[in-house]
Design a protein around this ligand. Structure first.
Ligand code: Z15
Length: 838
C-alpha cells in the first residue's frame, strides 16, 4: 500500500490551503473551494454555493485527522467498536464540526469579514434526518462521544435517499412531504466505490459434501445487490480522533443485468435494477411500531451483511485469522433492527469461511452486544416464517439450528417445562409462526442492556424475564446520555459562555464539572445573569415564532414545551387536557390571577397512526380557540411548531422553562429529550418513568415536579380493572374538559371530529390519562406558584443544569467500553506540519 510518507510530493510541509488556520488562509480556501469545487465565482454564486465552499473548507480541516485515525486503526491491532444502527439522526454537521475542531469563532469571523452572512449560510445545510426519534438521535450522540473519548469506532447504517419526511400543517392536520436532503449534494460524505460489497437475497439452498466429505450448505440466491459505502467523518471534541460513519447505498450490479439484456428481457432487467435500488430509498417513518414489510427486512439484512463483510475484510487485511474476529470488533446491535447479524455472521463464518459451528458460535456470541430500547409489545420485531424463508432461506435454517441447540440446553436445565421452552424459543408458534428477533439477539449476544435503570429492571422481569433467569450475568443497565457539545455548546452558546466564564471550559468534556456551578448559587449577580440569559434566548425563540409562524408570544411567559414523536403513551393529549383546564378557569372567571404560559408543541406522527394525527389536530384546534379568545388576553398561547427536527430541537431546548416528560409510568424506556432540557436549565414536570427517575434523583426531588402513578400502581390498577369512566364522573373538572371537547367547542360544532379520541379515553384509556389527570393538574399548579418566585425558580434552574453531569453520553459510552466492549482509547497524533487547533 502506498502511504503519504513514501510519496514526498504529497507532503505539504507548510501551511497549505486545506489545513491552514490563519484568517488569510481560510479566506483563500473559501474562494478556492467556491471556484474549484463549485465552479463558481462571486458573480454567479448562490448562497448554497457559498455554503458548500464553507462546508468543504471545514471538511478539508478534518481530513488529515480522519486519514490518520483510519490509518492508526488499520496499522495497530486496536479493538474497534462497531455500532450497527438502522438510524442515525445526525442533525446539521457544520456548527458541530466547527465546535469540535475549536474553530467556530474564527471561521465565523472570516466568513463575516468576507462579506457573507454566517447564520444564513449555516441555515442552508439540509440536516440528515436518517432516523425517527430517540433511538436514531442516541446513535448520533454516541458517535460524538466515541470520537471525543478517542475510542476506535465505526458506525454502520443505511444511506436513505429520503430520510424522515418533512411535516407541514394544513388546516391543523399533518401533511407529509418527501425529505429531499440530497438534492443539492452532500459535502460531508465521500463515496468509497472501490469498497463496494455484494449482498445476496432470496433463492434456495442446496446441501452438498465437500472434498473432505463434510456436510455443507450453499445458498443459491435469485438476486444480488451491491452495497456502496458512503463515509462521513465524525469529529471528536478537542481531540484529533475523527471516526467514520459508513452508510450503505444499494445499487444494482451491472454484470448481473447484462445477461438479461442479452436474452432480450430489457424491461425485466431495468425493473430489477429499480427494485434493487429501492432498498435504500426511504426510511420507514414508524417509531416503535413493527409492520412486517418485506422491504424493511431487506433493508436490515442489506446493511448488516455489508457491514459484517466489511469488518471481516478489515480483520483479514490485518493478517489475522477469523478465530480472533471478536478481538478486532465489538459489534453493538442498536435494538433488534440489525439482529439478523447474528445469523449472518454465523453464515459467513460457517458457510463462506468453513469454520466449525461451535467455534463460529463462540465468536458470534463474543462479538455481539444487544441494546433493547422498548417494552412496547407493538414495537417488538417478529417476521413470519414465509417472508423470512423467501428472502433469507439460508438464515432461516441457521436460526433453526441455533434454536435447536439452544432449546437443548434449556431442556437440560429445566426438564419438562414446555411453557418455558415455548417462551424462550426463537420461533413463536402460538399462532401463525414467527421468528422473534429479540430472542435471536439475546441468544447471539454476550451482553444485553436496557437504557435506564427502571427500563432494565422491567426488561429483566417481563420482556426478557426467561432470558434473565437463564443468564443473569448477561444483563446490565446503561442509562442513556446525550452529547453536551451539540446540546449545550452548539445549541446554547450564551449559556455555555456564562458557564465557562465561571468554571472554565473543562465541563464540555467532563460534564460532572458542572456541579462547580453550585458554588455560585448564592451569588445574586450570577443568578441575574443566568435568568437574563434564559430571557434573551426565549426572546430569540419568540421572534422566530413570530417571523415563521405569525404567532405573537410573550417572552416573559412561562415557556412550557413538549417536543417528541407523537405517541399515545407519551400523552401529548394529557398536556392538552391541562390547557383546556386553564382555559376553562379563565372563561369561568376572566379576571382570575394566572401565570402566563406559552405552550409549545412539536413532533411528527407516523403517517399511518390515526390517533397521533388526531392529537395534532386537537392541539391546533385548541390553539385556534385559546389564541383568539379576547377573554384570555394573551395569557395563554398554544403553538404547534411544524417539522420538529434536530435543528429545531437546538432552538427550543435552550428556551424552555418547563420540560414535559409525562409518559405513563413503565412505557418510556428512557427518554433523552428530558436530559437536553434539564441541561439547559429547564425544570421538569414528569412521571416516575424512564430516565426521569434518575434525573430527579440527581437534581433533587425539591427541584422536580413529580406527578402520577408509579409503574407498580399502573400494573395494580390495570389488574384490578381500570375504569376511566369512574374518574370522569367523580372529577367535575375533568368532566367539564372532556365534555367541552365532545361538544364540538374546538371543532366548529363538529361533534364527530374528536370522538375517536374522547371515546378511546372514556372507554379504554390504555395510557391512563384519567387516572393521572388530577395529579398532573396539581403539579402544574405548583409550577405556576413556583414560577412566580423568579429568584427561587432561577436557583432551581441552575441546580438542574449543575447536576446533569451523569447524563452526558461520555459517561454512557465509558460504561459501554468498560463493561461490554472492552475497548480502550487510542491517541491520534498529527504530523508536525499539520495545523493544530486555533
Ligand atoms: C425509539 O426511538 C425508541 C425505542 C424504540 O424501540 C424505537 Cl423502535 C425507537 C426510543 C425510546 O422510546 C426512548 O425512550 C429512548 O430514550 C430512545 O429510544 C433511546 O434509547
Amino acid at each position: 500500500m502506498t502511504t503519504f510518507e513514501q510519496v514526498p510530493v504529497f507532503q505539504c510541509e507548510f501551511e497549505d490551503d486545506r489545513t491552514g488556520l490563519s484568517k488569510e488562509t481560510i479566506k483563500r480556501a473559501l474562494a478556492d473551494n467556491l471556484f474549484y469545487i463549485q465552479g463558481k465565482v462571486p458573480a454567479t454564486a448562490t448562497p448554497n454555493d457559498y455554503y458548500m465552499a464553507l462546508a468543504y473548507t471545514v471538511r478539508d480541516r478534518m481530513l488529515q485527522r480522519w486519514f490518520k485515525t483510519t490509518e492508526v486503526y488499520t496499522k495497530k491491532g486496536v479493538k474497534v467498536v462497531s455500532y450497527l444502527s438502522a438510524e442515525f439522526l445526525l442533525g446539521p454537521h457544520l456548527s458541530n464540526n466547527l465546535i469540535n475542531l475549536g474553530i467556530y469563532d474564527l471561521v465565523r469571523q472570516v466568513v463575516e469579514e468576507s462579506g457573507l452572512d454566517f447564520v444564513q449560510l449555516r441555515e442552508i445545510e439540509e440536516e440528515p434526518g436518517l432516523g425517527n426519534g430517540g433511538l436514531g438521535r442516541l446513535a448520533a450522540c454516541y458517535m460524538d462521544s466515541l470520537s471525543t473519548l478517542e475510542i476506535p469506532a465505526i458506525g454502520y447504517g443505511i444511506r436513505y435517499e429520503f430520510g424522515i419526511f418533512d411535516q407541514e400543517i394544513r388546516d391543523g392536520w399533518q401533511v407529509e412531504i418527501t425529505d429531499k436532503w440530497l438534492h443539492l449534494g452532500n459535502p460531508w460524505e465521500i463515496p468509497r466505490l472501490e469498497e463496494t460489497i455484494e449482498v445476496k437475497f432470496g433463492g434456495r439452498t442446496e446441501a452438498y459434501y465437500d472434498e473432505k466429505c463434510r456436510y455443507r450448505v450453499r445458498w443459491i440466491p435469485d438476486k444480488v445487490v451491491k452495497g456502496v459505502p458512503y463515509d462521513t467523518p465524525i469529529s471528536g471534541y478537542n481531540v484529533n480522533t475523527v471516526n467514520t460513519l459508513r452508510l450503505w447505498k444499494a445499487e444494482a450490479p451491472e454484470s448481473f443485468e447484462f445477461q438479461a439484456f442479452n436474452v432480450g428481457d430489457y424491461y425485466g432487467a431495468v425493473n430489477r435494477k429499480v427494485v434493487s435500488e429501492n432498498i435504500t430509498k426511504v426510511l420507514y417513518p414508524n417509531d416503535e411500531l413493527m409492520k412486517g414489510k418485506e422491504l424493511r427486512l431487506e433493508q436490515q439484512y442489506f446493511f448488516v451483511s455489508c457491514s459484517l463483510q466489511d469488518m471481516i475484510r478489515l480483520h483479514l487485511q490485518k493478517g489475522e485469522s477469523l478465530e480472533t474476529f471478536h478481538q478486532s470488533f465489538a459489534v453493538q446491535l442498536n435494538d433488534t433492527h440489525p439482529s439478523i447479524g447474528v445469523a449472518e455472521l454465523m453464515r459467513l463464518l460457517v458457510d463462506e469461511y468453513e469454520i466449525e459451528w461451535d467455534q463460529a458460535w463462540q465468536i458470534t456470541q463474543n462479538t455481539f452486544g444487544y441494546t433493547n430500547h422498548t417494552l412496547l409489545p407493538e414495537a417488538l420485531e417478529k417476521w413470519t416464517l414465509s417472508l423470512f424463508k423467501n428472502l433469507l432461506p439460508r438464515h432461516l435454517q441457521i436460526i433453526y439450528e441455533i434454536n435447536q441447540r439452544f432449546l437443548g440446553q434449556v431442556r437440560a436445565k429445566y426438564p419438562n417445562d414446555s411453557d418455558r421452552l415455548a417462551r424462550l424459543s426463537l420461533i413463536d408458534e402460538s399462532g401463525e409462526k414467527y421468528v422473534r428477533m429479540a430472542n435471536l439477539a439475546s441468544v447471539g449476544s454476550h451482553a444485553i442492556n436496557g437504557v435506564a435503570a427502571l427500563h432494565t429492571e422491567l426488561l429483566k422481569r417481563d420482556v426478557l424475564g426467561d432470558f434473565h433467569e437463564l443468564w443473569p450475568e448477561k444483563f446490565s443497565n446503561k442509562t442513556n446520555g446525550v452529547t453536551p457539545r451539540r446540546w449545550i455548546v452548539v445549541s446554547n452558546p450564551l449559556l455555555a459562555n456564562l458557564i465557562t466564564r465561571k468554571i472554565g471550559v473543562d465541563w464540555i468534556s467532563h460534564l460532572e464539572d458542572l456541579k462547580q456551578l453550585e458554588a455560585f448559587i448564592e451569588d445574586a449577580e450570577f443568578r441575574r445573569e443566568w435568568r437574563q440569559t434564559k430571557q434573551d434566548i426565549k426572546g430569540y425563540l419568540a421572534t422566530y415564532i413570530k417571523e415563521n409562524h405569525g404567532i405573537e408570544v410573550n417572552p416573559e411567559s412561562l415557556f412550557d414545551v413538549q417536543v417528541k414523536r407523537l405517541h399515545e403513551y407519551k400523552r401529548q393529549h394529557l398536556n392538552v387536557l391541562h390547557i383546556i383546564t386553564l382555559y376553562k378557569r379563565i372563561k369561568d372567571n376572566p379576571n382570575i390571577e394566572i401565570t402566563p404560559r406559552t405552550f409549545i408543541f412539536g413532533g411528527k406522527a407516523a403517517p399511518g397512526y390515526f390517533m397521533a394525527k388526531l392529537i395534532i389536530k386537537l392541539i391546533n384546534s385548541v390553539g385556534d380557540v385559546v389564541n383568539n379568545d379576547p377573554d384570555v388576553r394573551d395569557r395563554l398561547k398554544v403553538v404547534f411548531l411544524p417539522d420538529y427536527n434536530v435543528r429545531f430541537g437546538q432552538r427550543v431546548y435552550p428556551a424552555a422553562d418547563l420540560s414535559e416528560q409525562i409518559s405513563t409510568a413503565g412505557k418510556e424506556a428512557s427518554g433523552t429529550g428530558n436530559m437536553k432540557f434539564a441541561m439547559n436549565g429547564a425544570l421538569t414536570i414528569g412521571t416516575l418513568d424512564g430516565a426521569n427517575i434518575e434525573i430527579r434523583e440527581e437534581v433533587g426531588e425539591e427541584n422536580f415536579f413529580l406527578f402520577g402513578l408509579t409503574t407498580e400502581q399502573v400494573y395494580e390498577l390495570k389488574s384490578k380493572g381500570y375504569n376511566p369512566w369512574d374518574y370522569y364522573h367523580n372529577n367535575p373538572q375533568l368532566k367539564q374538559v372532556i365534555d367541552l371537547i365532545s361538544s364540538g367547542f374546538f371543532s366548529h360544532g363538529d361533534t364527530n371530529l374528536f370522538r375517536p379520541l374522547v371515546d378511546s379515553l372514556l372507554y379504554h384509556d390504555p395510557y391512563m390519562l384519567f387516572a393521572d389527570y388530577q395529579s398532573y393538574i396539581d403539579a402544574q399548579d405548583q409550577v405556576n406558584q413556583a414560577y412566580r418566585d423568579q429568584e427561587h425558580w432561577t436557583r432551581m434552574s441552575i441546580l438542574n443544569a449543575a447536576r446533569m453531569g451523569k447524563f452526558s453520553s461520555d459517561r454512557a459510552i465509558l460504561e459501554y467500553c468498560q463493561e461490554i466492549w472492552n475497548a480502550v482509547p487510542v491517541k491520534i497524533e498529527l504530523e508536525e506540519y499539520i495545523q493544530g487547533r486555533a
